[in-house]
Design a binder for this molecule. Structure first.
Ligand code: AMP
Ligand code: TRP
Length: 333
């Protein structure tokens, strides 16, 4: 059976950007790729590449697992697990570092941005992060990797590493393809429409978290920064605020931005915001309800145990196989 793999870092509260750019897509892919098995993990090893409080991290790992499920993922053909509980990820990450070049890592945009946030020296793990991520994907011979636009560069590097190893050892890894949603791959902050709505931002004014209460959602959308003029049309350059709202709306409705723009072409900004606020509340209410049932449940732990055991089987085998190819240890006995 072919595999689809993706991960999310538990570095903050899940927001509408991650939901629309990644999780919602994932839920839909489960229906359209009905012959694939899905490995989905909480990327806690990636979360410690910059200092993070341990209690905060613990809380976010659990929260993220419950939210993933609450968003509608189905249990069949799914292994949901926590990355650090499958040690082959660290192992493979190291092996792949031996096949990743400094020049490649130096070119990564996420590294260039994130290293500015490190104030006590830049951890080397921040630099080698893409090799760990390549390992996450290649361990499972993923055919597809659903991610947002910001991860495209990491995926390209993963493909280069896989090809490099295949050239040396014959067809060893499946070379993965990114699956980037056409709409929703770049949701911007409601307060600063030029910036991505990011989990790691401390300024949350422009965010909607998946667990925000309805009155907060309404307030945030009503106070979203809009552009001068009063006409509603999709124009990312000239009207970044309105274009972001239209993108959010279109992604929720699974229609094109043009279709939403046409629906509101004679409306006011206020009408668009009021309707969008209700649409977001309608989307998130059932998710929040299911989340509350799951967060402290036995069910959640059982699902994570099952996911871990399934992932261990596939990942250990692949990591051991590469170790053997490289001549590590005593080989097969
Ligand atoms: P992260 O929150 O950085 O761990 O990202 C988790 C996944 O969500 C990745 O696939 C990202 O590409 C995607 N993602 C995160 N933020 C956004 C956003 N503002 N718009 C669209 N996709 C996003
Ligand atoms: N690097 C991704 C991010 O910052 C998270 C991630 C880690 C990931 N490993 C992955 C995504 C493997 C897809 C596949 O969002």
């Amino acid at each position: 059976m072919k595999h689809i793999v993706s991960g999310i870092k538990p570095t903050g509260s899940l927001n509408l950007g991650t939901y629309l750019g990644s999780i919602k897509n994932f839920v839909e892919l489960q229906n359209s790729y009905s012959y694939h098995h899905f490995f989905l993990f909480i990327a806690d090893l990636h979360a410690i590449t910059l200092p993070i409080d341990r209690q905060f991290l613990r809380k976010k790992i659990k929260e993220l697992a419950a939210l993933y499920l609450a968003c509608g993922l189905k249990q069949e053909r799914l292994s949901l697990f926590i990355q650090s509980e499958v040690p082959a990820h660290s192992h493979m990450g190291y092996l792949l570092q031996c096949f990743t070049y400094m020049g490649e890592l130096e070119r990564m945009t996420q590294y260039k941005e994130k290293k500015e946030q490190a104030f006590e020296g830049i951890p080397s793990s921040l630099f080698t992060y893409p090799s760990l991520m390549a390992g996450d994907i290649l361990l499972y011979d993923a055919e597809y990797v659903p991610v947002g636009e910001d991860q495209k560069q990491h995926l390209e590097l993963t493909r280069d590493i896989a090809t490099r190893i295949n050239n040396r050892f014959g067809d060893f890894f499946t070379v993965p393809e990114p699956l980037i949603p056409k709409v929703g791959a770049r949701i911007k902050s409601l307060a600063y429409p030029e910036k991505k709505m990011s989990k790691s931002d401390t300024d949350t004014k422009g965010h909607i978290d998946l667990l925000d209460e309805p009155h907060i959602i309404r307030k945030r959308i009503r106070s979203a920064v809009t552009d001068s003029g009063a006409d509603i049309r999709f124009d990312r350059e000239g009207k970044p605020g309105i274009s972001n709202l239209l993108t959010i709306y279109a992604t929720l409705e699974n229609v094109s931005v043009e279709a939403i723009a046409a629906r509101y072409s004679n409306a006011t900004y206020k009408q668009l915001k009021d309707d969008l606020a209700e649409r977001v509340v309608k989307e998130l209410s059932p998710i929040q309800e299911r989340y509350r049932e799951l967060i402290n449940s036995r069910e959640l732990n059982d699902i994570l145990d099952k996911g871990r055991d399934e992932a261990l089987k596939v990942a250990n085998k692949k990591a051991a196989k590469l170790s053997r190819k490289l001549g590590l240890g005593r080989g097969r006995r």
